[in-house]
Design a protein around this ligand. Structure first.
Ligand code: AMP
Length: 173
């Protein structure tokens, strides 16, 4: 079967949400069934032998890929969320953005000690969000096996912030 080139289904919106940002819109991939399935299936093929204990998805677009992957692998799905969304006790991590800061949270009891975890999000940009997620996972005793993204913006060098964790991206710009 001929596989579609997934990058053809990503739409770039200039100056969204602010001037100077080239926003990678994945809704055009999500609405094309064969491409969405191909993206998820590529993650499934890569991770089904890795003996993961959980998928950690980053709010909110990380959930779109993390949930079907966790379902298919038969492992738990752990949400990392914006502040004030998780109801039980959390750890939170503040990190630097280009302008200002951002904060994310995880439930303190989200993982068992030593749990082998895959982190997933739609896009790796500067790496701040993913690095903060790794720090939270390690704080609650988990072990980050790899980070997976639909898209990596390589020119922003987000990998450098991820301290040698393995990274997998389906599409690179
Ligand atoms: P960063 O922490 O800089 O790696 O930013 C990653 C987060 O911001 C991801 O959750 C992305 O969804 C979002 N993001 C950053 N830059 C873009 C972009 N150019 N297009 C779409 N989403 C982006």
């Amino acid at each position: 079967m001929i596989q579609p080139d997934l990058s053809e289904f990503i739409r770039t919106i200039p100056d969204f949400p602010q001037p100077g940002i080239q926003f990678k819109d994945i809704t055009t991939l999500l609405k094309h069934g064969p491409s969405f399935r191909q993206a998820v299936q590529t993650f499934i093929d890569r991770y089904q032998e890795l003996h993961l204990d959980a998928i950690v998805g980053i709010e909110s677009r990380g959930f779109l890929f993390g949930a079907p992957l966790a379902y298919q692998l038969g492992v738990g799905m752990i949400p990392v969320r914006k502040p004030g969304k998780l109801p039980a006790e959390t750890f939170r991590m503040e990190y630097q953005l280009e302008y200002g800061t951002n904060t994310i949270e995880i439930h303190r009891d989200a993982l068992l000690p030593g749990a082998r975890v895959l982190v997933i999000d739609d896009l790796l940009a500067t790496g701040g969000t993913a690095a903060a997620t790794c720090a939270l996972i390690e704080q609650i005793g988990g072990q980050v096996v790899e980070l997976a993204f639909l898209i990596e913006l390589t020119f922003l060098q987000g990998r450098d912030k991820l301290r040698g964790h393995p990274i997998f991206a389906l599409i690179q710009y």
